[in-house]
Design a protein around this ligand. Structure first.
Ligand SMILES: [Zn+2]
Ligand SMILES: [Zn+2]
Length: 126
């Protein structure tokens, strides 16, 4: 494999991870919906029964802002032009600048150099 092919594979890999990320986000949003609906149900039941004491627990609302919109390392905002990348070693979502190093990560079966973040590169903990 030449460098171009490796780069292409890396891009495809990034796209797959991106899809995983979106599925996870959708799932998370669904979980939040269910949680909020459960809370509403509990509240409705509570007012129905006319319970005066606070004996029915209401779950704390979840933060809807669970989508990573910033680079984990430099905090720069992502957008269509400033794309996010995944570190193959730690899974963190980082920007291009913070993931320009490539190393093999044998513990995750990446035997060819793949994208790793600054943090992993500095620690060399691959
Ligand atoms: Zn960054
Ligand atoms: Zn990393």
């Amino acid at each position: 494999m030449d460098q171009n092919q490796i780069d292409n594979m890396d891009e495809i890999d990034d796209k797959i991870l991106d899809i995983y990320d979106r599925i996870e986000t959708s799932l998370n949003n669904l979980r939040i919906e269910i949680r909020n609906l459960t809370n509403e149900l509990i509240r409705a039941k509570k007012s129905n029964r006319n319970i005066k004491n606070n004996d029915t627990k209401i779950l704390p609302p979840w933060d809807k802002n669970n989508l990573k919109k910033k680079c984990t390392i430099c905090d720069k905002d992502f957008n269509i032009f400033y794309r996010k990348h995944h570190c193959r070693a730690c899974g963190n979502i980082v920007c291009h600048t913070c993931s320009k190093h490539k190393y093999p990560v044998p513990k995750f079966a990446y035997y060819k150099p793949v994208r790793v973040c600054m943090g992993c590169f500095m620690q060399q903990n691959l």
